[in-house]
Design a protein around this ligand. Sequence first.
Ligand SMILES: N[C@@H](CCC(=O)N[C@@H](CS)C(=O)NCC(=O)O)C(=O)O
Length: 207
Amino acid sequence: MSDIEFEDFRITNEDLSDLKQHGELSDGSVIPFRQLPVLVIEGESIAQTGAIARICGKLGDMYPKDIIEAGKVDQVIDTVTDINVLINPSMHESDPSIKRQMRDDLSSDALPKYFGYLEKILEVNDSGWFVGDEMTVADIAVWSMLGWIAQGVLDDIPSTLPKTFERLTRLYNEMSRMPKVQEWKRLTYAYDESSTGEYNYHVPDSI
Ligand SMILES: N[C@@H](CCC(=O)N[C@@H](CS)C(=O)NCC(=O)O)C(=O)O
């Protein structure tokens, strides 16, 4: 979004088993918690999506300098992490009926509850963005999470769920129209055309 150059390095299945065993890639990059994503910057490896988002936000001027405004961004990023953590166990559940029950509970309770809280923040801030008058990494975090759900890849979680939240829908659609977002989707999803599973690969242009 801020024209900062980076390499979007995707690992192979072989790399994955390597990093699980040794905590590093074949080029020596350290993977601290043996999970991805990891940002390698100035020779240092930084894990955890929230930590990476903050660094990128600071570099790209999409993270406020004011500590309270920064806290408002953090609370949204961390809530998106909480939502991922809530969904994650159902992605690893192999019993279909237990998985369906977990997904029904998420769809009827936890997800609408969190979406409602996020919607309320947008209503109170009333600029169309989560914090202040400009797009921040908080908006990007929510955009990505909403697109994941709206692409319908999570069995038994209705892809239409985000659409019932007017301000979240407006934010998603506005961001999706941005040329930089479209360009990123074109470049990134080309890697993942053959991928299967319940991951975030083909987020829709609008919800
Ligand atoms: N808390 C981490 C979670 C990262 C995570 O779950 N990564 C997945 C891929 S999306 C992973 O590496 N899974 C393999 C594993 O945990 O063994 C974050 O927010 O970045």
